[in-house]
Design a binder for this molecule. Structure first.
Ligand SMILES: [Zn+2]
Length: 342
């Protein structure tokens, strides 16, 4: 399996400051997992390059872009919870450019899959507003590049970060070319992601939220993926599946109260990998979002990479049964999105 690989030293230089959970050491943990898994893949490496202005303008307002660029080379706070160091804006430009290039590599067949370990993350950045440690929306920029350049007609994005992917939802809310799915803890930051947020205008029916109660575990995760995410993506029939992959739903994570484990993430990756094989030529790419416990981050990425390389998929029969509230939520969304029979 050919693995698209793009990295840059600046992904470790972005420093929100002492004690901040979104810290440079996260890249070290991810890279450790990658080094261990790399021999399982045929690695196709490409140099990172900054996103161009036109690529950012597809997903962000000029106001947001100018605001972020005004911080280039400086230390400061871009918004209430997004703090930066002198290298941060250049790191953000490289993260967005790398996300675009990884998606292009997979779409063109240069790589079968890939996982971008870049910082700062992106899924909270809305069209006009940075937030939640995110400057530019990396996965949205990658998706928009494929669509606008005619490389893909339909893209499915499944965000399993513990926080709702409000930025991706905001950017594609009225766009029927992107099916956006998010499973996340609710209630939790940023407060969006209700079941009833289903898209608008031509995008109505292309935004699927799967809010999970605090304490939800691998059994709830597996139920949401197998009974909602997989049938929704299968029905949508995308050209590629992109995963904003955060690992802050792990039981050890300090920022949230879900109880997923590395086995749950590997199981989800396995289901999505076989779905990609069935619906879109095996094309699936991952981009790192959150995940703030370094060991959980390293072990979870390692488990996902092993599964992607062809390792055994953990059996969901070993997971605790999904809760009543999760089953009811899935049933409501299956009905709302006409997935019964899909
Ligand atoms: Zn998160």
């Amino acid at each position: 399996m050919r693995f698209g690989r793009i990295t840059h030293p600046l992904f470790r230089e972005h420093d929100p400051g002492r004690g901040h959970p979104e810290r440079p050491e996260r890249i070290g943990a991810a890279e450790q997992a990658f080094r261990k898994a790399a021999p399982l893949f045929d690695v196709v490496a490409r140099a990172a390059r900054p996103a161009e202005l036109a690529e950012l303008q597809r997903v962000h307002t000029q106001g947001l872009i100018d605001h972020v660029l005004s911080f280039r080379g400086r230390r400061g706070s871009i918004d209430a919870d997004t703090h930066i160091s002198p290298a941060s804006v250049d790191a953000a430009l490289l993260a967005a450019g790398s996300a675009i290039d990884l998606a292009r590599m997979i779409m063109s067949g240069e790589a079968d899959t890939g996982f971008l370990f870049a910082r700062p993350p992106g899924h909270h950045a809305e069209r006009a507003q940075t937030m939640g440690f995110c400057l530019f929306n990396n996965i949205a920029a990658a998706s928009a590049a494929l669509l606008e350049e005619g490389l893909a007609k339909r893209i499915a994005i499944y965000d399993w970060d513990v926080h709702h992917g409000n930025g991706v939802q905001d950017i594609f809310y009225a766009d029927p070319r992107v099916l956006f799915i998010s499973s996340h803890q609710s209630p939790l930051y940023p407060g969006t992601g209700a079941e009833e947020e289903t898209g608008e205008g031509p995008g109505a029916g292309y935004n699927l939220n799967l809010p999970l109660s605090p304490g939800s575990h691998d059994g709830d995760f597996a139920a949401a993926v197998s009974r909602a995410v997989v049938p929704a993506i299968r029905k949508f029939a995308p050209d590629i599946i992109l995963i904003p992959a955060g690992f802050d739903a792990h039981a050890a994570d300090p920022l949230a109260q879900l109880e997923f484990t590395e086995r749950g993430f590997a199981h989800a990756a396995g289901l999505l990998k076989s779905l990609a094989g069935e619906c879109c030529g095996g094309r699936i790419g991952f981009i790192l979002e959150g995940g703030y416990d370094l060991k959980a981050l390293r072990d979870s990425i390692g488990a996902v990479l092993k599964t992607m390389a062809g390792g055994a998929i953990p059996d969901a029969a070993g997971f605790p049964a999904a809760s009543h509230s999760t089953n009811l939520m899935i049933a409501r969304q299956r009905s709302r999105f006409n997935l019964d029979g899909a």
